[in-house]
Design a protein around this ligand. Structure first.
Ligand SMILES: Cc1cc2nc3c(=O)[nH]c(=O)nc-3n(C[C@H](O)[C@H](O)[C@H](O)COP(=O)(O)OP(=O)(O)OC[C@H]3O[C@@H](n4cnc5c(N)ncnc54)[C@H](O)[C@@H]3O)c2cc1C
Length: 359
């Protein structure tokens, strides 16, 4: 039986899911094709969002706009799906030296200061954590995390119930198109948007885009601790070289590594050892490693998303390049892309694929 929709979307990671839901909210019909058996960065990700770049203590790119937009998108999605996957948490920055604290207090009076607590804490979770002699830390406020696997699984169910989901590997040789329509097997659509994450490097229409992929590895660990400490930790994320995100029941996600040469999806001893070394500098109590995971982030040479329609094939588009910050970037830019597609508004030049000459 033939089906007609406005959009076919290929890939149901964070990018495809959020674009699909944004288009549905604006009254468009979609079908999403996803290979559910294959890996995705989104399923592995810790899902943290942090408006502050710790290295330089500055606001991350477009933080103010992205955060207010993201808040609404995820809270609306929770209401729609009846699940709780979006959490506000404070990121606790453990100071290794006095200079870090001095810089923090200076920066807290600048523009980035709206995200930096002005309070210096002493000996937070002191029975668990190694401190320098001063035992000081402070917090990033307006941060948190998305439980990405719950978010994606809930949307997968929702799309399935609404007959908007097909679980298969997209076959490029079954695609035909004109400037105004596409056909894939028994589906006709006005446009097709690829949201394939790093696998776009195998896409014959968009493989020329300058991805500079980054592998990341994570550990899930278990730290037995008194209930009182568990409760104090529950709405915090600890940062010192790596992040430690509480998952509940004494489980924590720890990450991440950044690797540009080995781009296999396998976990490695080197990744594990790197994380253990950092963890041992944070915790003075024993912990058990439960799982090690790896994924490939769709990072781009100029560190900006890749969004737009193909110059020569105007019915084919891409929504990708969310890099290390898919949780924050995708809702805002899905909205901008949907507006561009439906209302012919312009895309931000920094994310438009037209910035690369091959297109
Ligand atoms: C270790 C690690 C930690 C991270 N931590 C964070 C974090 O804390 N916060 C944050 O914001 N971001 C984080 N990220 C980055 C984040 O994961 C990415 O920005 C985001 O997931 C990218 O989403 P995507 O949908 O573009 O790609 P993906 O998640 O890779 O999704 C692509 C989807 O497309 C499907 N697909 C691809 N090709 C085809 C095909 N031909 N046919 C059918 N289906 C196909 C795949 O199966 C997959 O489901 C992390 C990434 C890693 C690896």
């Amino acid at each position: 039986m033939k089906t007609s929709v406005n959009y076919i979307i290929v890939g149901q990671g964070l990018a495809g899911t959020i674009l699909a839901q944004t288009l549905i909210k604006s009254g468009k019909s979609i079908i999403i094709i996803n290979d559910c058996k294959s890996s995705s960065a989104s399923m592995v990700a810790a899902g943290l969002y942090n408006p502050v770049v710790f290295k330089r203590l500055v606001k991350s790119w477009k933080a103010d706009e992205l955060i207010s937009f993201m808040d609404k998108f995820y809270v609306d999605s929770e209401t729609l799906l009846g699940e709780h996957f979006y959490f506000k948490k404070q990121i606790v920055k453990l100071f290794s030296e006095e200079q870090e604290k001095v810089l923090w207090l200076k920066k807290s009076k600048e523009d980035v200061g709206r995200y930096l607590s002005k309070t210096i804490q002493n000996n937070f979770l002191k029975d668990l954590i190694h401190y320098n002699s001063a035992g000081e830390s402070s917090e990033v406020i307006d941060a948190g995390n998305l439980n990405t696997s719950l978010f994606l699984n809930s949307f997968e169910n929702y799309f399935k119930i609404n007959k908007q989901h097909i679980d298969e590997i997209f076959e490029y040789d079954k695609l035909t198109f004109t400037d105004h329509s596409v056909n894939y097997k028994n589906i006709n659509a006005d446009k097709l948007i690829f949201c394939e994450g790093y696998k776009t490097i195998h896409n014959p229409y968009f493989n020329w885009l300058p991805f500079k992929l980054t592998k990341g590895e994570l550990l899930t660990i278990k730290i037995p601790m008194p209930l009182e400490d568990e409760l104090s930790f529950a709405d915090k994320v600890i940062n010192k070289g790596v992040f430690v995100l509480p998952l509940g029941n004494n489980f924590f996600k720890v990450g991440a590594t950044y690797e540009w040469t080995d781009l296999s999806e396998n976990t490695t001893a080197a990744g594990k050892n790197f994380l253990i070394e950092k963890l041992d500098k944070i915790f003075k109590v024993p912990y058990e490693i439960v799982i090690q995971q790896a994924g490939i982030r769709p990072t781009v040479l100029d560190r900006r998303p890749l969004i737009g329609m193909h110059k020569h094939f105007p019915s084919l588009g891409i929504f990708n390049g969310m890099g290390t910050k898919g949780v924050m970037l995708a809702p805002f830019f899905a909205n901008q892309f949907a507006d561009f597609l439906e209302n012919k508004t312009v895309l931000d030049k920094e994310v438009d694929i037209a910035r690369f000459s091959n297109n």
